[in-house]
Design a protein around this ligand. Structure first.
Ligand SMILES: O=C/C=C/C=C(\O)C(=O)O
Ligand SMILES: [Fe+2]
Length: 303
């Protein structure tokens, strides 16, 4: 048994209005609701009420992220398994946040807050489910299809990998190790048939490296770069390819300094996908396939 998908990410932002303006006009998400300190958004190809929550805060970063499961039976099943692994769970009650049902909440060995849920409001999409057009005519900005993955940093990558594989049914598509293989430096995990739904690299606990949104092609990644320049958004890495996942990518920053990625393609996986290994000496190529070396900011800028 496995979770269905990464359903939502809640980011802490410094200036709510500036952030909404960026996530709606530049990224091209749709605002679907707001309360005093939170704004809820979704990508055009997502059916549920929201996949991104912006929360006003004094520091940037990841407030929580959550996986959607099928129903209450699965939620209770995973709740028990999380407890058996040794993590403490609590239930978040319905409507704690807008349009959300009950959730099971716990803290990962890397210090990140995670929730599992199955109930959330349904909005559908502008193209609908009856004889739909391929994309909405009012699409704005980068206009990703959906939230794709988050990459987090933490110290105990072995335990957090074991947790996702043993408890939530994930598989590992790729890992980064020291040359001799004795230490785990990166772990890429999937619950769907994507290259990854979640990944960790070695670093300080409880930090966000980036949140990624899915676009179709390298052309969309290139167009994202144009849009970012038109909007004077800081770009960290211009369009290139990942060795890891084979995806096409661009990295940039939201107004609070949270790193975003527009990610295209990447291979697909099945439950029998063998884990690909990148050794530390080839990590430059693994992450930036053309440049073949890491950027200092890429390892240091975390929120
Ligand atoms: O150390 C960072 C590795 C990043 C890889 C990706 O962001 C990816 O494959 O989406
Ligand atoms: Fe990524």
């Amino acid at each position: 048994m496995t979770v269905m998908r990464l359903g939502r990410v809640e980011l802490r932002v410094l200036d709510l209005e500036k952030s909404v303006e960026y996530y709606t006009n530049v990224i091209g998400l749709e605002e679907t609701g707001r309360t005093q300190d939170r704004v809820y958004l979704k990508a055009w190809d997502e059916y549920d009420h929201h996949s991104l929550i912006l929360k006003k805060a004094d520091s940037a970063g990841l407030e929580h992220f959550a996986f959607k499961v099928r129903n209450e039976t699965d939620l209770s099943y995973f709740e028990k398994k999380v407890e058996q692994f040794g993590l403490t769970t609590s239930r978040v009650s319905k409507n704690t946040r807008l349009a959300e049902g009950q959730a099971v909440r716990f803290i990962l060995p890397t210090g990140h807050q995670v929730e599992l849920y199955y109930e959330i409001g349904y909005l559908g999409t502008a193209v609908g489910t009856l004889n739909p057009h391929p994309w909405p005519m009012n699409a704005k900005g980068i206009a990703p299809h959906r939230l794709d993955h988050v990459l987090l940093t933490g110290d105990d990558l072995k335990s957090v990998t074991r947790f996702f594989m043993e408890v939530l049914g994930f598989n590992q598509s790729e890992k980064i190790t020291t040359v001799g293989g004795e230490e785990l430096l990166g772990s890429f995990l999937f619950a769907t048939n994507k290259a990854h739904d979640l990944a960790f690299v070695k670093g300080p606990d409880a930090k966000l490296h980036h949140a990624a949104f899915f676009v179709d092609s390298i052309h969309d990644v290139f167009k994202a770069a144009d849009l970012l320049t038109m909007n004077e958004v800081p770009i960290e890495v211009t369009p290139t390819r990942h060795g890891i996942s084979r995806g096409e990518t661009i990295y940039f920053f939201d107004p609070s300094g949270n790193r975003n990625e527009a990610f295209a393609n990447g291979y697909i996986t099945y439950p029998d996908f063998p884990t690909i290994t990148w050794t530390e000496d080839k990590i430059g190529q693994g992450i930036f396939y053309h440049r073949r070396e890491l950027l200092e900011s890429f390892m240091k800028a975390l929120t």
